[in-house]
Design a binder for this molecule. Structure first.
Ligand code: NAP
Length: 321
């Protein structure tokens, strides 16, 4: 009797078995849970170390439809969380430490509990690589950004820096010339990793200046970034650039370490989808930046979350769960 009452109240400390467990609480995870909960699938989100995902580290979000005046990233994520809870989703702020997808129901172990689910949606996202220099964390979202599409328009008529030599860095540098006066590309080698076509486009762009064999040493500012110190490691020369921002584009790490050996990953560690949003394991789905290394937007992650939830509902119906 007592367990029934607890079950109705969906207290996470007493309830262990769910129709759907969603690992990760970014736009993909929250959106998926809104859909599965509305479809009356008993849903648990295990939010991980940074509930809300990358948007918790952003300031203004201008490109998420529905907010004509923009919205702060953390506010958007808090609102999504409230919406998920209103639909009936249980959310626990715990970290998953192990999963067992070999048998059904699937088992998910957190620091404090073991949970079971008939279906799982992995929405753990990807983490942008950090340069790891002084000022990077301090000025994150105050001039230091990891997404040009998201933050480029805030840097109109300014001089800015892009760090990296891959396709992302070239794409971001070219995109940012729409807004910035000048874009300094800082690359640690004298040769780019980017594809030839992206290199050519960047070389042709008069607003882009390349700094070869150069590393960022320090990011300085007051409220926002005002200066970046860079060092030419061949000439051993230090220079200070007067700039309003830094876009770090040195790659992403998909958060998939937990799933290695059970879920098929590509050579960069992103989840490979087999059947719409389903992974190689029947009943385990993925949504958002954890499989998508192309778009990486809050709105696309949310859309993938919706798709995974619809696929999960269909899967559970077909398997009479
Ligand atoms: P990437 O290809 O891994 O390139 C990362 C770049 O960052 C490299 O130039 C690397 O330098 C540099 N880097 C890494 N760690 C660094 C550090 N600690 N300090 C300074 N520099 C560092 O990553 P990506 O550019 O994000 O691309 C990822 C994948 O997506 C690639 O396959 C790419 O082709 C693809 N992509 C394609 C497009 C497109 O086709 N339009 C756009 C974006 C991405 P080194 O060269 O010295 O290693």
């Amino acid at each position: 009797m007592q367990s029934e009452i607890r079950s109705e109240n969906k207290k996470p400390e007493t309830k262990r078995k769910f129709d759907v467990i969603i690992i990760g609480a970014g736009p993909a995870g929250y959106t998926a849970s809104i859909y599965t909960s509305r479809a009356k699938r008993d849903t648990l989100i295990i939010s991980g170390v940074l509930p809300g995902g990358q948007l918790m580290l952003t300031t203004e979000v201008e490109n998420f439809p529905g907010f004509a005046k923009g919205i702060l990233g953390p506010e958007l994520m808090t609102t999504m969380r409230e919406q998920a809870e209103r639909m009936g989703t249980t959310i626990i702020d715990d970290e998953v430490v192990n999963v067992d997808f070999r048998h059904k129901p699937f088992k998910i172990l957190t620091y404090s509990e073991e949970y079971e689910a008939d279906a799982v949606i992995i929405a753990t996202g990807a983490t942008p690589r950090k340069i790891g220099v002084k000022g990077e964390q301090e000025f994150s979202a105050r001039g230091v950004s990891y997404c040009a599409t998201c933050d480029g328009p805030f840097f109109k008529n300014q001089d800015i820096v892009v760090a990296g030599g891959g396709d992302s860095a070239m794409e971001e540098a070219i995109f940012l010339t729409k807004f910035a006066n000048k874009v300094h590309v800082i690359h640690r080698k004298d040769i780019l990793r980017a594809s030839k076509v992206m290199q050519d486009r960047a070389f042709e762009n008069k607003k882009i200046q390349f700094h070869w064999n150069t590393v960022i040493e320090e990011i300085k500012g007051n409220q926002k970034v005002t200066q970046i110190t860079v060092k030419d490691i061949v000439a051993n020369k230090v220079e200070t650039l007067e700039v309003g921002g830094l876009f770090v584009a040195i790659g992403h790490e998909p958060n998939t370490k937990l799933f290695k050996g059970q879920i098929d990953l590509d050579d960069q560690g992103y989840i490979v989808l087999k059947n719409h949003t389903m992974t190689n394991v029947q009943g385990v789905f993925a949504a958002g930046d954890v499989h998508d290394h192309l778009y990486r937007q809050a709105i696309t992650a949310a859309a993938f979350g919706c798709m995974a939830a619809i696929d999960v509902d269909k899967y559970l119906s077909e398997h009479k769960v």
